[in-house]
Design a protein. Sequence first.
Lengths: 679, 114
Amino acid sequence: MSAIDRLLDCHSTGTRGRAARKGDCIRVALAGNANVGKSSVFNRLTGTHQIIGNWPGKTVEVACGFAEFRGQKLEIVDLPGIYSLSAFSPDETVSRDYIADEGPDAVINVIDASVLERNLYFTLQLLEMGAPLVVCLNQVDFAAGRGIRIDDRKLEALLGVPVVPTVAIAGRGMDELVERTLKVAKEGKRAEAALWVARKGKRARAEAVRFAYSKEVESKIGELAGLIEASGVMPTHPSRWIAIRLLESDSRMKRTVGSASRAIVERAEKLAEEIARLRKIPCYEVIALERYAMAAGIAKKVRTSAQHARMASERLDEITTHREWGYAIAACVMLGLLLWTFVIGNFLSLQLSNVFALLSPLEPKVAGNVLEILWNGAFGGLVAGVTLVIPFVIPFYFLIAFLEDSGYLTRLAFVFDSALSSIGLHGKAIIPLLLGYGCSVPAILSCRIMETRRERLLAAFAITLIPCSARTIVILGLVAAFVGIEWALALYIIDLVIVLLLGRLALRALPGKGAGLMMEMHAYRMPSPGIVAKQTWARTKSLIYIVFPIYIVGSALMQLAYAAGLLAPVNSLLAPITVGWLGLPEITGIMLVFGVVRKELTILMLAALVGTTQFALVLSPVQMMVLALVTMLYIPCLATISALAREFDMRTALAISAAEVVFALIVGGVAARLLPLVL
Amino acid sequence: MQPCGRLLSACEECAEAQGCVLKDLRGAEGTAKAVPLSKMPAGSGGKIAYVKGDGKIIRRLFDLGLTPGTAVAVSRFSPFRSSIEIFVRGSRLALGKEICSGIFVEPGSSGGSA
Ligand SMILES: Nc1nc2c(ncn2[C@@H]2O[C@H](COP(=O)(O)OP(=O)(O)OP(=O)(O)O)[C@@H](O)[C@H]2O)c(=O)[nH]1
Ligand SMILES: [Mg+2]
């Protein structure tokens, strides 16, 4: 997330304005199927921390970074995974639009050596498009492990563009990749400059066609390309490509060309119909069929695969997707995640508290010198952050990164497909939902892998109800530590029930049918320690940089407000709710207000105010449960509200927030009355 | 003849014409009855005869490589059979049941492995 935040705007030129670009910076886009290793290459080249994991659909936005190679500046652009230029979901649309409209100086097409056919299908589309292409044949190590060997020299000769075998996670082949990419980019620029001088405004005639469709199709392409050439529409792209897209009846291309010349689109429809009549299947099917035949033909020529023994990963596959075991393992993994986080977190938290207790006895200052009060508050915020947040968050992020890189997420999607269909979603939605246990904001962004707005909204709504790591801190730091781990677990289970119930209600409000699950299942992989460590550190670091200042400043200001007697009015204003309805101490009023900024602030501020993380001194077990329950549900934090507003609209964001406040109060009030019976 | 956009009728026709696609692709021999993927037992395989369903989804299936004539194998069903994992063109795909009920396969030798 942080890397995405730091991004500069990549859409600098808007159109294919290569000439307009200033300076000598060469812009290179990374494109290819999902989960082939584009972000791994990106991270290698730019030294940044894009999300990496073993599941399709991690990158959902354009991300830019910079690199330098032998004095040459490069701007590298990481794109979401894409299977075809006929984009299917919003993340694919982002990629398609970038490649088609932004005109990068070179495109590195990252392909997965072990799934050559499908990857080459997209490569062929890029070649048709006339993109200045370099093929990065990635994951050759993994392919070799499965007995697959690719003759990269032969592939290069067949495709007619540079092919560089790489192992992105180990950095193998990166230098050669950049070197050859630069050559392609510079040649492209030179050719274009020459062209510019030679025939202003005229398009470059497509070079000899390397990959031809069947005769009938080629003749139609030829006719259409001639019309396009003559009419001068879209002079920046090869006419042959435009013709093919029209015959595939790509709605976007039809719109673009249609606005300039209706006649061409109508002719294209006629020709497509002729092909369909001839072949008895729709024209776009003919084209897909033939393109896949070309891809398969190339793959066959360059690939040698040996029989390999049944891998351990296949056995793991069997049990994790098993009818009964699948669920049992999923439950164990979730339970394990919580226990691991709690046990390690609690241990670290105690050690750190002891260290800080030696440093300075924490006595909240409520009177005296203003500076002293501020300092005291700031220090309290820091201590609370260090002792309550860091210890829990590091083991949690670590295990999440491990799971993400293993490939387990797609198995969960498969196993939970039917459960999710009860709330109007399909299996793939489990991925954003699980990311929600980490942080709601990237989870909501990742809803872009869902195909329709309706599904995205349903998933995003469910995400706001899922306890993110901030809420986990509250649950573990308060309930697990002082009431009992079984009660913390109960909260997670109650939450799941609530997600299902409210999800069903939301489905009532947004009826309809989704596309259904369509997802590539990549093989299990031993997570690479380097990547897991980097991922954990990147997330922790962004937490420290972005969030710690909030803890410190927030705590200082609150201490000051407290001393100045400003908190009391807020607390007493909220007292009918907090004290009267929820049965909490009055002081929780201000905590819940702070919690809107970030959920863990509720207990951090409490710690800062009462000067201890021994919450049992100020709250009874029932109060802790109620407070944790309300914190878990009452409103998405500010960052989440703004993410909702960005992905959907402000009205939706506010409606969800308001509904959740009401709902949380109802649940909290009921819990406050029922819990004393059992606790 | 209908334009490309209206594929439902096109596919219906294919279904009626009983393997016209197959004849087109592989000559006269392949006219055995095609069954939907969702009805095939786990572990079995065959070749795709034709695909029916919503236009956008059909396109996506083609883009993923599920074109007529392609070998597929059913790897396993998810709990409650809501989705199916298949092996096609060297990789594995999870597909929803409804989508699979529109993919008609001519059962035959398994679609290969790994
Ligand atoms: N063995 C091996 N694994 C790799 C290699 N490159 C990437 N991976 C792994 O492949 C998975 C996907 O890598 P990413 O870089 O996240 O892929 P991506 O193309 O950006 O994926 P999306 O953003 O989801 O489209 C991760 O688990 C990586 O660790 C490689 O060269 N060898
Ligand atoms: Mg990526």
